[in-house]
Design a binder for this molecule. Structure first.
Ligand SMILES: [Zn+2]
Length: 189
């Protein structure tokens, strides 16, 4: 719950998440490995119970994922009204707690393994974890050190956030109360 508080609820008053499938269109200059990594993230995220799912589309997208070289970033930042960022950024738009769309920008000309980890971090922002965590093993760690895979706490927090009993607009206290006397195994069933 502490992880959820740090990464979600310290930024918003009540639960925010996606309710309809995430349709991702990519643009810019992704490498072959970027696309493979993207497909791997989608596959992994789609195993989470209650998650509405994500897929790659060529039109009718609600998420635009842009891979762009450093020299193009100032222009993109202006076009999509993004704040200054380092390597990657995710800007979401939500209505009454439901995340409706987003733009993710990834600096494309950085080392591939590092970029893969940045993408995973931005995708965790995308699904509703807005903030960062003091947990050093988390992909959302605030040291800014991107990690290549979700920790067990990351996966648990993802499952807890998208649990069907956890509704959009629910207050922290209600979510806390729901999980208070549940064992991890019970949450993961
Ligand atoms: Zn971040």
């Amino acid at each position: 719950m502490n992880f959820i508080y740090e990464t979600q609820l310290s930024r918003v008053q009540t639960i925010e998440k996606w309710a309809s499938p995430i349709q991702i269109k990519y643009d810019g200059n992704p490498t072959k490995e970027d696309i493979a990594v993207l497909k791997q993230i989608i596959k992994e995220f789609n195993t989470i119970d209650g998650f509405p799912g994500m897929r790659i589309v060529s039109k009718n997208e609600n998420v635009l994922l842009i891979y762009a070289p450093e020299e193009d970033l100032p222009e993109i930042r202006q076009e999509y009204d993004l704040s200054t960022f380092d390597k990657g950024i995710c800007r979401r738009v939500s209505e009454n707690g439901e995340i409706k769309s987003a733009v993710i920008v990834i600096e494309s000309d950085i080392e591939q393994a590092y970029k893969n980890s940045v993408v995973l971090h931005e995708f965790f922002h995308l699904i509703g974890f807005y903030g960062h965590s003091y947990d050093e093993t988390s992909v959302m760690n605030r040291e800014g050190e991107p990690l290549p895979k979700l920790s067990s706490v990351d996966t648990l927090a993802f499952e807890m956030l998208y649990h069907p009993e956890i509704k959009i607009g629910m207050a922290y206290e209600e979510m806390n109360a729901y999980y208070q006397d549940k064992e991890t195994a019970e949450v993961l069933k």
